[in-house]
Design a protein around this ligand. Structure first.
Ligand code: CA
Length: 157
């Protein structure tokens, strides 16, 4: 057997062994200090438009979303965020997250603020630890101009 084949077999063996060593670590570990089932809540703390990418156009969206989890040590959940423009056009994104008790996520939607009027940020989480549970939150914000709708406007280069 040549040296390359021996090295390939050694690497393959290590790759096969790694998942079995961490199989128990990846299993759900529940917090025994509480009788509550694992749960999750999600809130949009704030959202607004700004020039986040420094291209001189106020056409970017910032959103801060807070996740609060309880009842387990580790959590595996799906996160869905949708930005709805005043015209009803949607931008949707999905994430699979594995984390500890709580965290916040800063969202930067570059070049998404292209219409005047109300913007709607909708978030949904689907907890997959200890069964399935969900939470959602909707946050409406308006660029300058209040109810009449003002900037930002579509910028065509
Ligand atoms: Ca910008």
């Amino acid at each position: 057997m040549n040296k390359d084949k021996t090295m390939m077999i050694a690497i393959f063996t290590v790759v096969l062994l790694i998942p079995s060593q961490f199989a128990t670590a990846g299993a759900p570990v529940f917090n025994t200090s509480t009788s509550d089932a694992p749960s999750i809540s999600v809130r949009v703390v704030e959202a607004y438009y700004a020039d986040l990418d420094n291209d001189t156009f106020q056409d970017d969206i910032y959103a801060l979303v807070r996740f609060s989890l309880s009842g387990a040590v580790r959590y595996n959940f799906d996160y869905y965020v949708t930005l709805t423009l005043p015209s009803g056009y949607n931008f949707s994104y999905a994430f699979a997250i594995n984390t500890g008790e709580s965290f916040e996520l800063n969202h930067y939607f570059f070049d998404h603020a292209i219409e005047s009027g109300n913007y709607t940020l909708s978030v949904l989480v689907v907890l997959r630890t200890g069964g399935i549970s969900t939470d959602s939150h909707v946050y409406v914000f308006d660029p300058p101009g209040a109810s009449t709708g003002g900037d930002p406007t579509l910028v065509v280069d």
